[in-house]
Design a protein around this ligand. Structure first.
Ligand code: DGY
Length: 429
């Protein structure tokens, strides 16, 4: 079974490879997505290290002059997706892109690729990428922490990658949709609408996009004018972890002069995470920077604490208690949102379903922190989900059924890089 699934995972990555860059899945997502590509790279690295580097190098072809790495790279127009390049209206070179970013997992993956081989070619590829990673991380620090909290503010739910998380409902409720031009969704033609965000959500997504476009996607102006400005614990923790990996790269690649700046970001973000701790529910939550309202639900973001290198028992112990409570409630871990919360829906995108990439990040952090039992529970559940439902985009935590798109690149990639029982490290488990 494991070997067949490994072969299938390889073939999914190859089929979704459009020649140096990989799409998440045909039809639903026909372009290059930022964090999808990075996970794809770690999948490729299990059998083709050169191709893994190429995926990330090609992703950085879309980097803007101000350092921002966009969430979608529109290398060629494909009418099967909405909103396409014309709707975004960015002025990017050498091809159009979307106007905001996505979770910064790339520095961590670059460190992984660099550490896989000491061949001179590997060192030189990491050295070429380092300044680009620096510029992107500096962009987050410069433009996306307007209150100086040490957290990452997102300007659109799409930037989080967790589009319809229940925590966005409150900040989205302040978005005026009256000026939104007519539009036709394409996602619900590819996927059961029950598994996708609601029309009300899409209207708000389009309203925010329209404001960003009117700002010419200028990073400062968008932050000033967007009605949706929310500190996201997941992006903040992913960036904190990525900064730790960038610091190691700076040391190993000889970028000594950059170390103090990275250390400053790390110290600030460690303090910043304290502003996202909700003492009432004892978990990391979102903070609406327009109203100062904290999110009130436990999302899978909280379980990235160890991945981010946060280790205070006052945080880890309550989070472990949440983990164990949730594990007793659902058949499979990790649901993207608390099944005991009224906003939970087991098949609707980020309101409950399990995402293999989040499972990978959370379990990686737990393993590093010595919590092998919880990490292994997450991995074994991921194996069961893929065995039962294939390489789906996401999975129901209640019945394990697959949801969203099929033949999904990042699910295949994290299978190969982490979950598969055929990996030597998993054979003993
Ligand atoms: C979509 O189109 O659903 C994406 O999540 C936006 O990045």
């Amino acid at each position: 079974m494991g070997a067949d699934l490994d072969a299938l995972a390889h073939s999914i990555l190859k089929e979704n490879d459009l020649g140096g860059y990989t799409i998440p899945t045909k039809g639903l997502y026909p372009y290059q997505w930022n964090w999808d590509s990075v996970f794809v790279a770690i999948g490729f690295a299990t059998f083709d290290l050169d191709r893994a580097w190429q995926e990330i190098e090609n992703l950085f072809e879309g980097q803007w002059d101000d350092g921002m790495l966009p969430h979608i790279l529109f290398r060629k127009n494909d009418p099967s997706y909405f909103p396409g390049p014309g709707v975004w209206g960015t002025k990017s070179d050498p091809f159009p892109t979307s106007g905001h970013s996505q979770p910064p997992v790339a520095a961590t993956a670059v460190r992984d690729l660099f550490e896989q081989s000491s061949a001179p070619e590997n060192v030189s590829r990491a050295k070429t990428l380092f300044p680009k990673l620096m510029a992107w991380h500096r962009w987050w620090a410069t433009y996306r922490d307007p209150k100086g909290h040490g957290t990452v503010a997102i300007v659109h739910p799409w930037e989080s990658g967790r589009d319809n998380l229940p925590d966005w409902d409150e900040p989205l409720s302040n978005v005026d949709t009256t000026g939104v031009p007519e539009y036709t969704r394409k996602d619900t033609a590819h996927v059961d609408p029950e598994m996708r965000p609601l029309k009300q959500d899409y209207d708000r997504y389009m309203a925010i996009l329209t404001i960003g476009k009117a700002c010419g996607w200028d990073a400062t102006e968008v932050v000033e004018k967007t009605p949706f400005l929310v500190a996201d614990p997941a992006i903040t923790m992913i960036l904190l972890r990525a900064n730790r990996d960038l610091l190691v790269l700076a040391e190993k690649l000889g970028f000594q002069k950059d170390k103090a700046e990275i250390e400053g970001w790390i110290a600030k973000q460690e303090r910043g995470m304290e502003t996202l701790w909700n003492p009432e529910i004892q978990a990391y939550v979102t903070r609406n920077l327009r109203t100062d309202v904290l999110g009130a639900g436990v999302s899978s973001a909280s379980f990235l604490a160890s991945y981010a290198g946060l280790s205070d028992p006052k945080v880890i112990e309550p989070l472990n208690a949440h983990f164990d409570r949730i594990a007793g409630k659902v058949e499979f871990m990790l649901p993207s949102y608390d099944p005991d919360h009224a906003g939970f829906e087991h098949k609707r995108y980020w309101r409950g379903p399990i995402w293999a990439v989040v499972n990978y990040l959370a379990a990686r952090g737990m393993t590093e922190a010595g919590d092998v039992a919880r990490a292994e529970k997450i991995r074994q559940d991921t194996v069961s989900l893929v065995e039962r439902s294939g390489f789906a985009e996401y999975f129901s935590p209640e019945d394990g059924s697959g949801a969203g798109g099929n033949s999904f690149s990042w699910t295949a990639a994290v299978w190969l890089a982490w979950a598969t029982p055929s990996l030597a490290v998993n054979k003993a488990a």
